[in-house]
Ligand binder design. Structure first.
Ligand code: PMP
Length: 350
């Protein structure tokens, strides 16, 4: 006999909001594919319900805590985030009757902060300082969770996305297997940038388990230390990037044992024209980290040569950065080139 959930599956109706996370399409990126003679495919993570790849980690972190019994309906999740994980957590927690408290560096885009407030998160903005500083947003969120846990009997957890491996487990169990199934196993390379490392490490582990010769690349923005680490063994950073949510200075628990074969350092000047062309020529409105990722996929394609299939991640939707990435004044203030079509639309951010 069919039960109701089987009927929903037959009818292609998701059982609830949580079931709409993941199973995103792979999109062939025309210009990048034609330029390299490879098939360059973007995993459309901006189509998740919270509009970013971080919905997957948010779901797995919350489900893991519920399973362990450290979190229950009525409880609270505290997290330090560049924004996307917080948005994912707030939406997931809304469906479960759980509160969210989000600590965010004040430099992150106003659009992400507005979305966090809209989603019901309590938002605490802190100055953007390096990880070694006790005022760093990750450290502040950890201490706050500890303090609230002592005061609140209903249960408070620190999501701790950087060092909680439930994050990369999301990609071991979902993103990696989805890519394998969607390409029929015909995937030669996978590359993306690192924030926590969950997406890169988890997806890489799942793909390598199915075919150890899949080449895994890191696409690192300037200002991050991982390119240096994976090429020389030394964690060293220089330069800066306007991209948000990526650029790591340490080996997080999620990155430990990540099977990374090659690494590229991508300047914003290389990534931003790709973002602009994807919007105006292919209809894909994406955030800055997606530009670093597609630029990385092009570099990996050149390393592998024509005829290969390379998958990367289209991390989040571009409207989240209208006041920065798509704002001529902001770009000029960072000495970055402004495309002609954007220059002609000074009112684009209003
Ligand atoms: N791109 C964006 C826009 C992000 O917000 C993040 C996560 N902070 C990433 C990429 C990196 O993902 P991960 O944390 O899995 O390394």
């Amino acid at each position: 006999m069919l039960i109701f959930s089987d009927i929903l599956t037959i009818m292609d109706i998701r059982t609830d909001f949580l079931a709409t996370i993941g199973n995103t399409p792979l999109i062939r990126l025309k210009k990048a594919s034609e330029a390299t003679g490879c098939e360059i495919l973007g995993k459309a993570e901006f189509l998740n319900p919270g509009q970013s790849v971080k919905d997957r980690a948010a779901l797995f972190i919350v489900q893991d805590a519920l399973k362990r019994g450290t979190l229950k309906p009525g409880g609270t999740v505290v997290e330090g985030t560049a924004g996307n994980t917080g948005i994912g957590l707030a939406l997931v927690c809304n469906t479960l009757g759980i509160k969210t408290v989000i600590v965010i560096p004040e430099t992150q885009s106003d659009e992400k902060k507005a979305m966090l407030r809209l989603a019901g998160a309590e938002l605490i903005e802190v100055p953007a300082v390096p990880y070694k500083d006790p005022g760093n947003y990750v450290k502040v969120s950890g201490r706050l969770a500890e303090k609230l846990a002592k005061e609140d009997p209903k249960g408070v957890i620190w999501a701790n996305q950087f060092d909680n491996v439930a994050n990369r487990q999301a990609h071991i169990e979902t993103t990696g297997p989805e890519i394998w199934a969607q390409t029929g196993g015909r995937v030669d390379g996978f590359i993306c940038a690192v924030g926590t490392g969950g997406t890169l490490a988890g997806t890489a582990m799942a793909l390598k388990e199915r075919n150890p010769s899949v080449r895994i690349g890191l696409a690192d923005p300037l200002g991050a230390a991982l390119f240096s680490y994976y090429t020389t063994g030394e964690l060293k950073a220089s330069g800066s990037s306007i991209t948000e949510g990526i650029g790591q200075g340490r080996i997080t628990a999620n990155l430990e044992d990540a099977p990374i074969d090659t690494a590229f350092q991508i300047p914003d000047e290389e990534a931003l024209p790709i973002i602009f062309d994807l919007l105006t020529e292919e209809g894909l409105c994406l955030g800055g980290s997606s530009g670093i990722n597609v630029a990385g996929a092009i570099r990996l394609a050149r390393e592998l040569g024509p005829g290969h299939t390379i998958v990367t991640v289209l991390c989040d939707y571009g409207t989240r950065y209208q006041s920065k990435l798509f704002n001529p004044e902001f770009l000029r203030s960072r000495n970055l080139p402004v495309p002609e079509w954007l220059e002609k639309k000074p009112s684009i951010t209003r």
